[in-house]
Ligand binder design. Structure first.
Ligand SMILES: CC(=O)N[C@H]1[C@@H](OP(=O)(O)OP(=O)(O)OC[C@H]2O[C@@H](n3ccc(=O)[nH]c3=O)[C@H](O)[C@@H]2O)O[C@H](CO)[C@@H](O)[C@@H]1O[C@H](C)C(=O)N[C@@H](C)C(=O)N[C@H](CCC(=O)O)C(=O)O
Ligand SMILES: Nc1ncnc2c1ncn2[C@@H]1O[C@H](COP(=O)(O)OP(=O)(O)OP(=O)(O)O)[C@@H](O)[C@H]1O
Ligand SMILES: N[C@H](CCC[C@H](N)C(=O)O)C(=O)O
Ligand SMILES: [Mg+2]
Length: 487
């Protein structure tokens, strides 16, 4: 049990009714999960308002309520605390409750449209190889040194973040790398965390359903940098046109990286082939197993971060060359008949373009590129025609299929993708709603030396339709089908 007043430390209170000296069991922001003696925090969400569930939370045992406006009727035995922002209150109380665990390790946040999982997972791998105890909070999983935890978000809610950071403290973790999504920043899931540094990878089209405009999306990402403390580092990709925007108002030490322009950390691609690329980073050559321009940026960001965190330069270069692809990011195999199948998490126009660009630069003859791709339901609709255009323009054949339809009608999503296909490409496209059948069709079409790209779901091992998830693993499926066709 903890004293309510202690966990409220640093939260701006506008009114209080009842005693804050009471002891509470834990913090909860979902009335359906409230237990005896908890404090319930009412959050105004995107679908409903937590204030509607205050009575339910009290009926389930809540002893204290944190809210943005006091209910009309107050119950004597309950303490009510009014705050200006429920999300901020949740983040600060969660950090207090777990003993402000971000202060006891070096926490580095990674933001940007694409590359967050790649950069943070590879930093985790690199620091592990360097002999440290390391933590990771990513789209794929949460790692507390060697112990793995499942996750449902790229940036989890503040309680989940701080609970895992506290586990990291217990395990003696020294560095933690975490993805900071724009939803995470906007919902203040990361507020109150003490960052040692932040990295900006790039900004392109995504999530314009949630953030109304591109400027709003960019400014949300910038908040991570605006709130960095003075001693922290702010590292940004200045080849991206929004790279310098991130540094505009930060108090942190500023560093830049780039391939195309002068920067603190620079890289050049010397050679590029299917199983790796030769890079030159600040005058040292380095062999990377990860290919493509976008991965040259990722490797450079990782090099710079490791340098800023004090690792020895030659040691960093040696460890960088040992790093393997992250699950579902350009994960490939070559079949018996020499068909290359690539699974990639490209679910934005920019990512899809980058992956197809990389594939196209590696083509040696007249092999075909067959792309299987869909777009997620209940997510930014405006990226659908753009992705349809890119897939059809940059492949010899594109099969439009379902990603995670969620609550939407799959056929409608496919039709929206088709709207972006230019007349000269219509012959190249095919629509097969069932993702497994779509992958099968690609495998049937492919002949020796062809390249199949299955894009959008990467590491995901499920497909979500109407709230239900069924097992689905692109990599396993494409491998099985090619084998069953004896290709
Ligand atoms: C759109 C969005 O981000 N929604 C997140 C948000 O939920 P919400 O605002 O919709 O919540 P709500 O349903 O309106 O409910 C409001 C409040 O009432 C409470 N409530 C509700 C019902 C009830 O009976 N009792 C009750 O107390 C809820 O617990 C909540 O506190 O807050 C929830 C708790 O933190 C999140 O789980 C939820 O993520 C949803 C599931 C989601 O799909 N989010 C995605 C879009 C997301 O966050 N993605 C980013 C990655 C994006 C990227 O790739 O860059 C991520 O970081 O994962
Ligand atoms: N630096 C980069 N620039 C552009 N595209 C990239 C970059 N790194 C990876 N990609 C592409 O974007 C896809 C997603 O990469 P990654 O999972 O690292 O991004 P993310 O930012 O974590 O995405 P999410 O927002 O879903 O968490 C990859 O599969 C690849 O196609
Ligand atoms: N973090 C991203 C993941 C998208 C993955 C894609 N497979 C989809 O389901 O749309 C999002 O929430 O928009
Ligand atoms: Mg991610």
């Amino acid at each position: 049990m903890k004293a309510l007043k202690d966990i409220l430390y640093g939260v701006g209170l506008s009114a209080v009714s009842g005693s804050t000296a009471i002891l509470v069991n834990s913090i909860c922001f979902d009335s359906r999960l409230v237990g005896m003696d908890d404090v319930f925090i009412a959050i105004k969400g995107t679908l409903t308002d937590g204030h509607n569930y205050i009575d339910q939370a009290i009926a389930s045992g809540a002893k204290a309520v944190v809210c943005e406006s006091m209910p009309d009727k107050l119950i004597n035995e309950v303490t009510y605390v009014e705050v200006t922002n429920g999300n901020a209150a949740l983040a600060i109380t969660a950090s207090n409750f777990y003993g402000n665990p971000s202060k006891n390790l070096k926490l580095v946040g990674v933001t940007g449209t694409n590359g967050k999982t790649t950069i943070s997972s590879l930093l985790y791998q690199l620091f592990k190889k360097a002999g440290f105890k390391v933590g990771l909070i990513s789209t794929i999983k949460i790692m507390v040194d060697n112990k793995e935890y499942a996750t449902s978000h790229t940036t989890p809610d503040a309680l989940t973040i701080n609970r895992h950071l506290a586990l990291m403290n217990e395990a003696g973790v020294e560095y933690c790398f975490m993805e900071v999504s724009s939803h995470g920043i906007h919902q203040k899931r990361t507020q109150g965390l003490v960052f040692e540094g932040a990295i900006f990878s790039n900004l392109s089209h995504d999530h314009l359903d949630y953030h109304n405009t591109f400027a709003e999306y960019r400014d949300t990402k910038k908040i991570l940098f605006d709130e960095l403390p003075k001693g922290a580092f702010a590292l940004t990709n200045i080849d991206d046109k929004n790279g310098l925007v991130m540094l505009q108002n930060t108090k942190a030490r500023k560093y830049t990286y780039a391939l195309k322009t002068y920067a603190d950390y620079r890289a050049q691609i010397l050679e590029n082939q299917f199983d790796g690329q030769l890079l030159k980073i600040n005058d040292n050559e380095l062999w990377s197993k990860l290919i493509g321009h976008f991965n040259a940026y990722n490797m450079l960001a990782i090099y710079a971060t490791a340098d800023l965190l004090g690792l020895e330069k030659l040691e960093i270069l040696r460890l960088l060359s040992e790093l393997d692809n992250v699950d579902g990011r350009f994960q490939y195999f070559i079949s018996k008949e020499k068909i290359t199948a690539i699974v990639d998490y490209a679910h934005t126009p920019d990512a899809l373009k980058n992956v197809l660009d990389t594939i196209n630069t590696l083509r040696t003859g007249n092999e075909n590129v067959i792309t299987v791709v869909g777009c997620g339901g209940d997510r930014d609709r405006s990226k659908r025609p753009v992705m349809g255009h890119i897939a059809s323009e940059m492949s010899n054949k594109a099969i439009f299929t379902s990603d995670n339809p969620r609550s939407e009608v799959p056929q409608t999503i496919i039709e929206e993708m088709e709207k972006g296909v230019e007349p000269h490409n219509t012959k190249k496209i095919l629509a097969i709603e069932n993702r497994k059948q779509a992958i099968k069709a690609a495998c049937q079409m492919a002949v020796a030396n062809d390249i199949i790209l299955v894009a959008g779901k990467g590491h995901e091992t499920y497909q979500e339709t109407n709230g239900k998830r069924v097992n689905f693993d692109d990599f396993k499926i494409v491998k099985e089908i090619l084998k069953s066709l004896d290709k």
